[in-house]
Ligand binder design. Structure first.
Ligand code: AMP
Length: 423
């Protein structure tokens, strides 16, 4: 048997898993202040949820999906992103009935069969939000402000992040622009790679995303959608920019920012960082998808959202010198002088835990010396030593592992004394 995790996946060991949980807790608290509620959708969906929503011609759908037939012969796909599922669930459960505004957030693993590299995995973890039913530019700005606040709250310095924004237009102005880009690709076909040439017939705007330097160069002179937006899209875009400016959120307009999914309309955005990530430097991004609900047979319903990647965000934090710690597992260690005191220690440990103190003890009949070593290794701030004589007097010894002070404490005062010591 091959006892290794599959290529492009990684075990999330306690340090990283603790950071993931911290990122989720931070998201829960912050997003709730903006009116978002949690949602959990299945990790797999009927394949058409993604083919319809994300678009057949996108890289995700055409190359990267984990699709298989289940035992009932249905085509099933592991979710490559969260938006399609959340919009499907919103429609299925009629959450947006009567024009109700819906604000949801999610967190969990996503799956894309990509070529693994630094910051690019086949299973990666995302936190995302969807704001459904709201068409006004104020919600675009609110979603972007919340994303930036989130990264700042985690500790990524504002100065090391770059917010890029663009407008992708809508059905009134984008089709003509797509045709224009397709024509531009055909006119420059000799200088463009095979893939970009193919894109002329499928998804021409994706040529802006090509990493090939010659293609980049050619595409840098292509017509820009910014100059071709219809009046409504232009007004929407201006309003979003004005609101961001009012909140002192620095942004750069990137007219070549075309995100890789077909469903985007109007506002799109991406947050990049300078340090620590190499070429996969986007830590989060999103946009508006005003036609997506209709793709699933629902009523016309505006919406937008973002997703941020856990692995890349963690790398950005590491590059900024920020350590995210999980919850402490042993603030206090209870050591016993000999194993005959097992039952008393068992009771004491439970009482401390019930009092809200993270407490660990020995279950391996270790010597007192190695119990102290273990306490050190776990980072315990205090060790409670239980000995037969002290116990007979209704007391224990508490050692402050920082100051090394030791004192006898009556059992009845122990939890209060420890809480004071832990601050
Ligand atoms: P996307 O859904 O492609 O807009 O991605 C949103 C965020 O998810 C990105 O900014 C990354 O942080 C993260 N992400 C996307 N694809 C991957 C991947 N293959 N591996 C790791 N993180 C990813």
């Amino acid at each position: 048997m091959n006892a290794r995790a599959p290529k492009g996946t990684a075990d999330m060991l306690p340090d990283e898993a603790g950071a993931w949980e911290h990122m989720q807790r931070t998201a829960q608290r912050l997003f709730a202040r903006y009116g978002y509620e949690p949602v959990y959708t299945p990790i797999f969906e009927h394949t058409e949820v993604f083919t319809r929503g994300i678009g057949e011609a996108t890289d995700i759908v055409s190359k990267e999906m984990y699709t298989f037939q289940d035992k009932g012969g249905r085509s099933i796909t592991l979710r490559p992103e969260g938006t399609a599922s959340v919009v499907r669930a919103t429609l299925e459960h009629n959450l947006g009935a009567n024009g109700q505004a819906v604000k949801l957030y999610y967190a969990g693993p996503m799956f894309r069969y990509e070529r693994p590299q630094k910051g690019r995995m086949r299973q990666f973890w995302q936190i995302g939000v969807e704001a459904i039913g709201m068409a006004e530019p104020s919600i675009d700005a609110e979603v972007i402000v919340m994303l930036m606040r989130y990264f700042e709250e985690l500790g990524i310095p504002r100065s090391s992040m770059r917010l890029l924004i663009n407008s992708m237009g809508d059905e009134a102005c984008r089709p003509a622009y797509r045709d224009k880009i397709a024509a531009y690709i055909r006119a420059n076909s000799a200088a463009l790679c095979e893939e970009c040439n193919r894109r002329a017939g499928t998804n021409p705007l994706r040529a802006f995303d090509c990493k090939n330097p010659t293609c980049k160069d050619v595409m840098s002179s292509a017509p820009l959608l910014r100059d071709e937006l219809c009046d409504d899209c232009a007004a929407h875009y201006s309003a979003v920019k004005r609101l961001l400016g009012d909140r002192a959120i620095a942004y750069a307009e990137d007219p070549s920012l075309v995100r890789g999914l077909d469903y985007y309309t109007r506002t799109v955005f991406e947050v990049q960082v300078d340090a620590g990530l190499g070429s996969q430097n986007a830590i989060g991004g999103g946009g508006r998808y005003d036609r997506l609900m209709e793709q699933y047979g629902g009523p016309p319903t505006p919406g937008l959202g973002f997703a941020l990647g856990f692995e890349r965000t963690l790398m950005a934090l590491q590059a900024a010198g920020i350590a995210i710690l999980g919850l402490p597992v042993a603030e206090v260690y209870v050591a016993r002088v000999d194993s005959s005191l097992g039952a008393a220690v068992f009771a004491l440990v439970q009482e401390l835990r019930d009092a809200g103190i993270a407490t660990e003890t020995d279950h391996q009949a270790r010597s007192l010396k190695s119990q102290f070593k273990q306490a050190d290794r776990l980072g315990a701030r205090a060790v409670v030593v239980v000995g037969p004589d002290e116990l007979a007097a209704g007391e224990v010894t508490v050692r402050d592992m920082t100051t090394k002070d030791e004192s006898r404490v009556p059992l009845g005062e122990l939890s209060e004394r420890l809480k004071r010591l832990l601050g």
